[in-house]
Design a protein around this ligand. Structure first.
Ligand SMILES: Nc1ncnc2c1ncn2[C@@H]1O[C@H](COP(=O)(O)OP(=O)(O)O)[C@@H](O)[C@H]1O
Ligand SMILES: [Mg+2]
Length: 238
């Protein structure tokens, strides 16, 4: 079941006389149960592609659908609602709120939706349980390792049970062992029916994906995962 689609969607930034083509017209689709890896070098347009899918920016051209809703003509406020109902966001820098403990951080999206603490608590526990973090309910972010902080951030992105999870370089601040733990958990979430998009420049994440899209100079291209892995192995052999 499709949860997001781009049709010829692209983004051009203008300042004065200069134009930067951040993303050329792109077709893209993600269904429930997929973990799509968007891979490419720095400045290639990955975050722009993710931002279009996340309804964070409007396309300069082309069309965007989220869960069957055509979004191009929506107002800022309506876009915010589309995000609230359909997406959880995960970033490289975790973005946990320092003075709030784990439980309070994960509860925040539900509190913002107007839910009482009593209603929210079972959902908070469920999300933290999925990420194996219920034993740290009362810990402050600074007491956790990078990998643990990212798992809490993923729990927070999931707590409102959105169909789609958008992750921008989620493993870039993690040590090798935590990269494996976090990617395995994102893989499990996809298997449980979420649509997961992971933006990265790290080729080691390719084995965790169900599909790989490569972005280069603002152009996105679906690539064969097995070919990609073969080339990667050859590169590592050299
Ligand atoms: N808000 C913006 N204004 C102007 N140029 C931008 C903006 N956002 C991104 N760009 C440019 O678009 C290109 C792609 O950026 P981005 O999508 O962030 O790449 P990546 O995430 O792959 O590093 C870069 O050349 C970048 O400088
Ligand atoms: Mg980026």
């Amino acid at each position: 079941m499709e949860i997001a689609r781009l049709e010829g969607a692209g983004k051009v930034y203008k300042s004065g006389d200069t134009e930067v083509v951040a993303l050329q017209p792109t077709d893209f689709k993600i269904e429930k149960g997929e973990l799509v890896l968007i891979i490419g070098p720095s400045g290639s347009g990955k975050t722009t592609l993710l931002s279009l899918l996340g309804c964070v920016i409007y396309p300069s051209q082309g069309k965007v659908w989220i869960n069957g809703t055509y979004t191009n003509h929506l107002t800022d406020k309506q876009m915010a609602n589309v995000r609230l109902n359909n997406m959880g966001f995960v970033f490289q820098s975790f973005n946990l709120i320092a003075p709030l403990n784990v439980e309070e951080n994960v509860m925040l999206p539900l509190t913002l939706q107007g839910m009482s603490g009593k209603q929210a608590m079972p959902k908070v526990i469920k999300a933290l349980d999925l990420l194996g973090m219920t034993h740290r309910l009362k810990s402050l972010p600074k007491m956790l390792s990078g990998g643990e902080q990212q798992r809490v951030a993923i729990a927070r992105a999931l707590v409102s049970d959105p169909p789609m999870l958008l992750c921008d370089e989620p493993t870039a601040s993690l040590d090798v062992k935590s990269v494996g733990v976090v990617m395995k958990q994102l893989q499990d979430l996809a298997k449980q029916g979420k649509g997961v998009i992971v933006v990265t420049h790290d080729q080691r994440l390719v084995p965790y994906a169900t599909r790989v899209v490569e972005v280069q100079n603002g152009a996105a291209l679906e690539v064969s995962q097995s070919e990609y892995l073969k080339n990667l192995t050859n590169e590592l052999k050299v």
